[in-house]
Design a protein around this ligand. Structure first.
Ligand SMILES: [Zn+2]
Length: 299
C-alpha cells in the first residue's frame, strides 16, 4: 500500500509509463502572448537568438521619416537604443535621392523573446528588418501596410542583383553600417558583391555588412549590446574575426555566389543526417536567462 501511494505521488511529479507527459509551455508561446512591454528599466538579456527584453519601447507606427509595417504582428518594440538608431538613420536616408525614409519591418515582440513564427533572432530588441523598397509615400494606411510587399533585389540566378537594386541602395546601406551603434548587417550576398565592386573612397564600412541567405527583400540591422545591458552577450565570432580583410570583400564572399549555389556532387557519398538543432521555437523558459522570468511576469 505504501509503495502504491509513493508511486502515485511520483506520478504527479513526472510522467509515468502509459500516461502522456504534460509538455512544458514553450517560451515563444509565453512571450508571443504578451501585448505590452514590461514596466522595467530597459535591459537586453542574453543572446540575440536566445534572450528577452525588459522595458521595451514601441516604435511609433509613423514618423516624419519612417513607417512601421505589418502592425498586426505587434513587432515594432525595441530597446530604446534601437528606437534612436531607426529615427536617426531614417532621417539621414530621407536625404538620399529616391528615398523618403524607411519602411521598417519586424523588430521585436513587446518583451522580446523567441517568436511564434519566422526569425530565430530579434529576441533582444536589437535586431530590425528594414525593407529594400524605397518608400514613395509615408502616409500608408494600416491596411496598405498589411498588403504592400517589398521587392527583391536579387536576380533569379542568385549570383547578381537585379534592376530593383540602385546606387541609392548602397547609400542607404552605407549610412546604416557607418553608425557606431551597429554590430553587423545581414543582406543577400549579391548586394554585398555589387557594393564591393562599386563603392568608392574609404570602404571600411563594408566590413559590417555580412552576406546571408534570404535578406533579398529587406536588410537586417543588429546593434551592439547597449552599455547598460550587462547580461547582453556579444556575438562571436565578430565581423572582424570573420573577415579576411578590412572590408570582407574576400573569397568567402565569392563562395556565396559560386560554390554555395552549385548542385551537390552526386558521386560523393551522402553526408549522414545531422540531428535537428534546437531552435527558438523549441526553447522553454529554462533555456533563457533567469531574469527573463521576471520580464514575463512583471507588470
Ligand atoms: Zn531579421
Amino acid at each position: 500500500m505504501k509503495i502504491t501511494k509513493k508511486l502515485l505521488f511520483i506520478c504527479t511529479l513526472v510522467a509515468c509509463a502509459g500516461l502522456p507527459a504534460q509538455a512544458e509551455t514553450k517560451a515563444n508561446k509565453l512571450f508571443g502572448a504578451k501585448s505590452a512591454a514590461s514596466q522595467q528599466a530597459p535591459n537586453a538579456l542574453g543572446k540575440y537568438a536566445k534572450g528577452c527584453l525588459a522595458g521595451a519601447q514601441q516604435l511609433p507606427e509613423s514618423g516624419p521619416t519612417w513607417q512601421a509595417m505589418r502592425l498586426s504582428r505587434n513587432r515594432n518594440w525595441a530597446h530604446p537604443e534601437m528606437i534612436s538608431y531607426l529615427k536617426r538613420l531614417s532621417a539621414e536616408v530621407a536625404t538620399i535621392r529616391g528615398w523618403k525614409g524607411l519602411y521598417i519591418g519586424d523588430i521585436s515582440q513587446p518583451r522580446g523573446g523567441p517568436m511564434t513564427s519566422s526569425h530565430q533572432s530579434h529576441q533582444l530588441g536589437l535586431d530590425a528588418d528594414i525593407w529594400l523598397l524605397p518608400p514613395k509615400r509615408l502616409n500608408l494606411s494600416l491596411a496598405e501596410r498589411e498588403n504592400l510587399s517589398s521587392k527583391s533585389v536579387r536576380a533569379k540566378n542568385w549570383r547578381t542583383v537585379n534592376s530593383n537594386w540602385t546606387p541609392a541602395h548602397m547609400a542607404v546601406l552605407k549610412a546604416a553600417a557607418s553608425d557606431p551603434a551597429v554590430e553587423r548587417i545581414f543582406i543577400t550576398a549579391p548586394a554585398k558583391v555589387w557594393m564591393c565592386d562599386h563603392a568608392k573612397g574609404n570602404k571600411r564600412w563594408l566590413q559590417k555588412i555580412r552576406p546571408y541567405w534570404g535578406h533579398n527583400y529587406h536588410f537586417h540591422v543588429r546593434l551592439k549590446c547597449p552599455a547598460g545591458s550587462k547580461n547582453c552577450k556579444r556575438q562571436t565570432p565578430t565581423v572582424k574575426q570573420l573577415s579576411k580583410n578590412a572590408t570582407g570583400c574576400d573569397k568567402d564572399l565569392k563562395w556565396w555566389v559560386t560554390t554555395a549555389l552549385e548542385p551537390p556532387d552526386s558521386n560523393l557519398p551522402k553526408a549522414p543526417k545531422k540531428p535537428k538543432k534546437r531552435g527558438a521555437r523549441d526553447y522553454v523558459m529554462a533555456d533563457l536567462p533567469a531574469q527573463c522570468r521576471k520580464v514575463l511576469t512583471s507588470k
